[in-house]
Design a protein around this ligand. Structure first.
Ligand code: EPU
Length: 327
């Protein structure tokens, strides 16, 4: 979120050997590690007393396997550029994920998702370096245990691996995923025929929609959605719906996923500003840091918002980006 902070040590790893050497150094000196990709989904809450490792591994290979194209991408490749390369090749599967900031290495950690598609839908496998040993380990999709904005790399695998390479498979029998209301609205108001949709056209729509409500992190520092959309059971959902008939929620298996942006907006925070940090005017789920303030100010604002939403709706908001040092 463009926050000034210092790490005690910094390594720029452009090869597996670099990465292994950085991990050796951290182990010998008993330093915690802060893996850095694009830096778009972390909040620096103060100086980091360890080793920040920029994972700058590069390489992108597209391999036509008949029924599908396998994409092998090194962790340091930019996510959006990968999406645009795939759609330029006429491949479908990633177009709904256009313009998500960050690098490929971070994508599996939180199973990035947008407009009805998640990384897990095209994910095949990945290779990671084990922090404790420097060994390379492969993980299948199943082993990654992907969930909504979640994977085992946020649970028991947290801080144990550095993702080096990700392999995706894009099926040649692609079907557009355009049920998300914002996409439907975009196509009907722009007169785009739904039966001629190509991956490239969907990517253009996603880019236009994102640009209309999500601030570009290069211009207005932000970490995308600051909270996950909370999932509540049917009883809590029913009672909330009775009190707030206009509640925005989506069925999620036996539970309900609430639009956190709606809760924050209804609580009156959209457009709020305080000491150089604030809540985005077009999307209340996005906290912005136009004043380039320190992370603790962002955290204070986030805690105030979460407490207010809890008081007004009885719902807990869980932050979506990762905090370094942790809270
Ligand atoms: N809403 C409001 N006011 C707001 C914001 C939202 O009322 O200020 C309501 C609207 O009814 C809107 C609904 O909430 O229709 C949902 O909003 P939106 O479509 O913008 O999606 P979201 O649930 O807020 C999620 C992801 C985004 C992703 C979009 C589109 C999470 C935490 N966020 O946001 O992902 O781009 O859906 O699929 O799941 C991110 O993870 O950083 C991110 C931007």
């Amino acid at each position: 979120m463009t926050i000034a902070a210092r790490a005690k040590y910094f390594a720029d790893a452009t090869s597996l050997e670099d990465l292994r050497a950085a991990l050796d150094f951290a182990r010998e000196n008993q330093l915690p590690i802060l893996p850095l990709g694009g830096g778009s989904n972390i909040v620096l809450t103060g100086d980091f007393p360890g080793l920040a490792v920029h994972v700058g591994l590069k390489g992108l290979v597209l391999d036509d396997q008949g029924d599908y194209t396998q994409i092998t991408a090194a962790a340091g490749e930019n996510w959006h550029q990968l999406v645009m390369r795939s759609v330029a090749e006429g491949l479908g599967g990633l177009e709904n994920l256009a313009l998500i900031p960050g690098n490929i290495g971070a994508a599996p950690i939180q199973n990035i998702g947008a407009y009805g598609v998640e990384l897990k839908d095209s994910f095949h496998s990945l290779t990671a370096m084990e922090v404790a040993t420097g060994n390379l380990v492969e993980f299948s999709a199943e082993e990654c245990r992907f969930g909504y904005r979640d994977s085992m790399f946020k649970q028991d695998g947290r801080d144990r691996y550095l993702i080096c390479e990700v392999r995706l498979r894009l099926s040649h029998s692609w079907q557009p995923q355009v049920s998300y209301p914002a996409l439907q609205q975009y196509f009907s108001s722009n007169g785009v025929a739904m039966d001629t949709l190509k991956p490239e056209v969907i990517a253009e729509a996603v880019i236009a929609i994102r640009n209309s409500k999500l601030p570009n992190p290069v211009q207005i520092p932000n970490a995308g959605s600051f909270f996950k959309n909370p999932v509540v059971d049917v009883d809590q959902y029913t009672s909330l719906r009775q009190q707030h008939p206009e509640l925005v929620a989506y069925a999620a298996g036996d539970n309900w996923k609430l639009a956190a942006g709606w809760l924050i907006d209804q609580a009156g925070w959209r457009g709020f500003e305080r000491d150089g940090v604030g809540v985005h005017k077009q999307q209340a789920l996005v906290l912005v840091n136009p004043g380039h303030r320190c992370g603790s100010q962002i955290v204070r604002l986030a805690m105030d918002i979460a407490a207010d939403v809890k008081a007004k709706f009885g719902v807990d908001l869980e932050p979506e980006p990762r905090f370094y040092p942790g809270l």
